[in-house]
Design a protein around this ligand. Sequence first.
Ligand SMILES: [Cu+2]
Length: 145
Amino acid sequence: MIVLIVFTAFSGISQPGSPAEPLITIEARQFAYQPGEIRVRQGDRVTLRLVSTDVVHGLYLEGYDLSLQAEPGKTATLTFVADKPGSFRFRCNVSCGSMHPFMIGKLTVGANEWLYRFIFLLVAVFIPVVVSSARQKTQSLEPSV
Ligand SMILES: [Cu+2]
């Protein structure tokens, strides 16, 4: 039972505690990003690869004040440390056509899940332990027949 809880709490984390280095490829075309929503963990060293499939597109990341531009058929990369948690919009900063102002996406930088999983684990393991030891105490107080 406890093994199962521990497994559940820690699965999905490749390197517990230490930041990852995700490489995220974003395809840009008139007039959208694919994927339009990306998610990383706080502290991750993120590399964005912007690939344009039609005209010149840019990507400006609000909050981090970072930008990059990709020529048609080419790739532009940008590496940064996602040190600010929250949701940030990114948008095209190269005028690429009529719907250009609607070419937006979202980056979510989540707080370190590790802490939350640790708290969950603590609660999930220690409550049954406390309850069962309390039961044992009650039983030992009962007079033996
Ligand atoms: Cu654009």
